[in-house]
Design a protein around this ligand. Sequence first.
Ligand code: 13P
Length: 243
Amino acid sequence: MRKNIVAANWKMYFSMGEAQSVAERIAEVVDNKTEVIVCPPFVFLDRLSEVFLDTPIKLGAQNMYFEEKGAFTGEISPVMLKSVGSEYVILGHSERRHIFGEDDIDIHKKVVSAIEHGLKPILCVGETLAQRKDDKAKDVVERQIITALDGVDLSGVVVAYEPVWAIGTGVPADLNTVSEMHTFIRGLVEDVPILYGGSVKDKNAYELAQINDVDGFLVGSASLDTDTFKKIIDEFERAKGVN
Ligand code: 13P
């Protein structure tokens, strides 16, 4: 089902104390007009599930292993994520693909396992600058989506289009590119919410959210500051006419 979502990917930032106080501030300012998801590092999930207990804010992890349990030193299973209150899990983030070498088959296994265990995957896809220059952006994104979601029940799935060249640069993809890529992705996954990620800020959230097939955002660095994150949610709602 298409719904509006603004998600925070905290990546590898904050101590426990910082995470808790930022989460408490978010809990004070966020209401339930848009689905807001906070994805902290694994070690903060349990504490944050208490902070968000009587709020509309949902909790998500940033990654998981596909096995349920076993001798996999350093890994975290979907069962563990459920047991600490996660409802969502980001899978296939470009930093997982490019720094940690995850491929489409790994990500497919994770998506299947997440759904089997009642977690909603936020599947990240997106091309590199070289792939875009090579006119391969759509081929890459199509392959990432088709492989990861092969045979999968799409009802709880979220897709995030995050062009690698726009992540962490301060400059998002231009509006035409975002519109073209989201429309293309919509043709592959009709009823799935499609988020845009890559340098979303309070200053550009309104114009990005005006694009019809942008159902929300996956926000990195701008989600670390609560006032900015709240402004992004407000700008998103203003553009979508949510009152
Ligand atoms: P930035 O918003 O910092 O560019 O990060 C985007 C991202 O990777 C979200 O998953």
